[in-house]
Design a protein around this ligand. Structure first.
Ligand code: PEP
Ligand code: MG
Length: 570
C-alpha cells in the first residue's frame, strides 16, 4: 500500500481500479527477420486483435454515443480489411525481411502522405483513419495498451499526467468514478469540470503516473486531497464509511433545494451556478441554482475541429436561457487561451499563455469570431434573462471597443428585423488587478462586475494557476485579495450596480462568511457547491460578518484570516 498527497480538486470519495490515461510508448527499431512467415503470422494476429477490439468499441459506441460517433470506428474497420493496405505490408515483410512494426509504419506513412496531399476533404479524413488504425495495430504488435477515455466501460479511476478540459468533457460519469493527475491546481479547468461532473478528484500529486499501475486498486479522497494505492481492506472499509457519511450530509443539504438563500438576519444573496454546456443545466436545477452566474462558452468551441456556427451557438444559448425559465443567465464571451486551447485556430505557441493573446484580446483582433458569437447571443436574448460579460478586461478602452462591436451587431440585427431584448445587462469579469484598482471608473460604464478570482489571484500573486509548485500562493483569504474584492464591490454599489463572483472562491466555505460581510450580491460556483453554501449562509448573520470582514481586511496573513473566520463562525 502506498500513498500520495495532492490538491483536493473535487469533493467526494471514489474507490475503483486504476485506468492509466497515459500515451503508450510506441517506439521500436528496424530488425532483420529470418522467419518471415512467422512474422507475417504475428502481423495477422495483431490485425485480428485490432479488428475484434474495434468491433466491440463500435457496438458500444452505437449504444452509448449514437450511430454518428460509431461511424468513425466503422471507417477504421474498413481500413483494417483493405487488402490495398495489408497486401503491401505483408509483401514488404517477405521481400525486405524486416519486422512487422517497420513494414506497417513505412507502408502506412506512405498512404498517409499520399492522402494528405490530395485536395479532397474525404481523402484527408482517410489519412487520419489510417493513422489511428496503424497506432492500434502497432500497440498490439508491441504489446502495449491504447487509451481512449470516451470508451471506458467499467468503473475506473483515471490516472494521468494532466487532463485537458476536452479529455475531462469526454469522461463518462457512469464509469469514471474519480481521477488523479500529476499536475494541475484547484482552479485548473480540469478540476473545475470535475466539480461540475461531480467526479471526486485529486490533482497535483506529482507522481500518480509513476506510482500507480493499470488495475491497481485506488482510493481518491477528494475531501482531503489524498490518494491511496492498493489499500488494506480495513482502509477501504473506513473510506466506505466516510463516503456514506458524505452522502448523508449531501442528503441533508438537499432539503434546501427550493429554499431562498437568506442569512439568519434576513439578507438575501443570489447563489448561481457556473456551467460549461447546456447539459449542465440538470445539475443546476437539482442543486437549487438561482441563476447562471457564469456560462463558460469556450467549451462550445472545444473538442471539435472547426468553429461552431452562429446557428449552433444560438441553439445552445437559447437552450440555456429557456432552461433557466427567466432566471438570470450570465454568458461570458469566448475566453480561449491559457489552459484552454483551440488547436484549429493554429495560434502561435506563446511563452506565457496566461499572460498572452487570450479571451477579449483575441476577440478584439479576430473580430469575425467575436461578432458571430455576439449575433448568436443577441438573437437568443429574447428567450430569457440574458446578461453578457466580457472576460479578461484590462482597460476601459477594451471594454468600450467590445461594447461598440456588440452595439453594431445589435443595430445590424434590428435592421434585419430580428428581435433583440432591450434589457440585456452588460458586464465584465474582474480578473486583472488593473481593473479591480480602477473599478470606480469601470462602474460608471458597466452594468455589473463578476470577480474571477481564479485569475485575479494568479495575477495578483504572480503564481501560475496550473503550477502545483506555486499553488501555496493561491490564497483567496489573503488580505490583499480581500481588499481588491472590497474595492470592486464598493465601487459597484456606489454607482447602484451589482457585483458577483464566479471564481472558485465564491463557493469556498472559509471565504463565504467574509464575502457576505463585504456585501457581495451574487455567488456563482460549481452547482454541486450550492446547497452547502446555502446551508452555511442561512446560519450566518450578515451584520456579524460585516464586523468580521472589517477585522480581517486589516490582518497581515492568510492564516490569521482563517483563524478569525473559524472563530466567528463556530
Ligand atoms: C476566473 O478566472 O475566476 C474565472 C471564473 O474564469 P476561468 O476560471 O474560466 O478563467
Ligand atoms: Mg478567468
Amino acid at each position: 500500500m502506498s500513498f500520495l498527497h495532492g490538491i483536493a480538486a473535487s469533493n467526494g470519495i471514489a474507490i475503483a481500479k486504476a485506468y492509466r490515461l497515459v500515451e503508450p510508448d510506441l517506439s521500436f527499431e528496424k530488425k532483420t527477420i529470418d522467419d518471415t512467415n512467422s512474422e507475417v503470422k504475428r502481423f495477422r494476429m495483431a490485425m485480428e486483435k485490432s479488428t475484434s477490439e474495434l468491433e466491440v468499441i463500435r457496438d458500444r459506441a452505437k449504444v452509448e454515443l449514437g450511430e454518428d460517433k460509431a461511424a468513425i470506428f466503422e471507417a477504421h474497420l474498413l481500413v483494417l480489411s483493405d487488402p490495398e493496405l495489408t497486401g503491401p505490408i505483408e509483401d514488404k515483410i517477405q521481400s525486405e525481411k524486416i519486422n512487422a512494426e517497420f513494414a506497417l509504419k513505412e507502408t502506412a506513412d506512405m498512404f498517409i502522405t499520399m492522402f494528405e496531399q490530395m485536395d479532397n476533404e474525404y481523402m484527408k479524413e482517410r489519412a487520419a483513419d489510417i493513422r489511428d488504425v496503424t497506432k492500434r495495430v502497432l500497440c498490439h504488435l508491441l504489446g502495449v495498451q491504447l487509451v481512449n477515455p470516451s470508451m471506458i466501460a467499467e468503473e475506473v479511476i483515471i490516472v494521468a499526467e494532466d487532463l485537458t478540459p476536452s479529455d475531462t468533457a469526454q469522461l463518462n460519469r457512469k464509469f469514471v468514478k474519480g481521477f488523479t493527475t500529476n499536475i494541475g491546481g484547484r482552479t485548473s479547468h480540469s478540476a473545475i469540470m470535475a466539480r461540475s461532473l461531480e467526479i471526486p478528484a485529486v490533482v497535483g500529486t506529482k507522481a500518480a503516473t509513476v506510482e500507480i499501475n493499470n488495475g491497481d486498486m485506488v482510493i481518491v479522497d477528494g475531501l482531503k486531497g489524498e490518494v491511496h494505492i492498493n489499500p488494506t481492506p480495513e482502509l477501504v472499509e473506513q473510506y466506505r464509511k466516510i463516503h456514506n457519511e458524505f452522502e448523508a450530509q449531501k442528503a441533508e443539504w438537499a432539503k434546501l433545494v427550493n429554499e431562498k438563500t437568506v442569512s439568519a438576519d434576513g439578507h438575501h444573496v443570489e447563489l448561481a451556478a457556473n456551467i460549461g454546456t447546456p447539459n449542465d443545466l440538470k445539475g443546476v436545477m437539482d442543486n437549487g441554482g438561482e441563476g447562471i452566474g457564469l456560462y463558460r462558452t469556450e467549451f462550445l468551441y472545444m473538442g471539435r475541429d472547426q468553429l461552431p456556427t452562429e446557428e449552433e451557438q444560438f441553439e445552445s444559448y437559447k437552450a440555456v436561457l429557456e432552461g433557466m425559465n427567466g432566471k438570470p443567465v450570465v454568458v461570458r464571451t469566448l475566453d480561449i487561451g491559457g489552459d484552454k486551447e483551440l488547436p484549429y485556430l493554429e495560434l502561435p505557441k506563446e511563452l506565457n499563455p496566461f499572460l498572452g493573446f487570450r479571451a477579449i484580446r483575441l476577440c478584439l483582433e479576430e473580430q469575425e469570431i467575436f461578432r458571430t458569437q455576439l449575433r448568436a447571443l443577441l438573437r437568443a436574448s429574447s428567450y430569457g434573462n440574458l446578461k453578457i460579460m466580457f472576460p479578461m478586461i484590462a482597460t476601459l478602452d477594451e471594454f468600450r471597443q467590445a461594447k461598440a462591436i456588440l452595439e453594431e451587431e445589435k443595430a445590424k440585427l434590428q435592421s434585419e428585423g430580428q428581435t433583440v431584448s432591450e434589457k440585456i445587462e452588460l458586464g465584465i469579469m474582474v480578473e486583472i488587478p488593473s481593473t479591480a484598482v480602477l473599478a470606480d471608473q469601470f462602474a460608471k460604464e458597466v452594468d455589473f462586475f463578476s470577480i474571477g478570482t481564479n485569475d485575479l489571484i494568479q495575477y495578483t500573486m504572480a503564481a501560475d494557476r496550473m503550477n502545483q509548485r506555486v499553488s501555496y500562493l493561491y490564497q483567496p483569504y489573503s488580505p490583499s485579495i480581500l481588499r481588491l474584492v472590497k474595492m470592486v464591490i464598493d465601487a459597484s454599489h456606489a454607482e447602484g450596480k451589482w457585483t458577483g463572483m464566479c471564481g472558485e472562491m465564491a463557493g469556498d466555505e472559509t471565504a463565504i462568511p467574509v464575502l457576505l460581510g463585504l456585501g457581495l450580491d451574487e455567488f456563482s460556483m460549481s452547482a454541486t457547491s450550492i446547497l452547502k453554501a446555502r446551508s452555511l449562509i442561512r446560519n450566518l448573520k450578515k451584520s456579524d460578518m460585516e464586523s468580521l470582514a472589517q477585522k480581517v481586511l486589516n490582518m497581515q496573513t492568510t492564516d490569521q484570516v482563517i483563524e478569525a473566520v473559524t472563530a466567528a463562525t463556530k
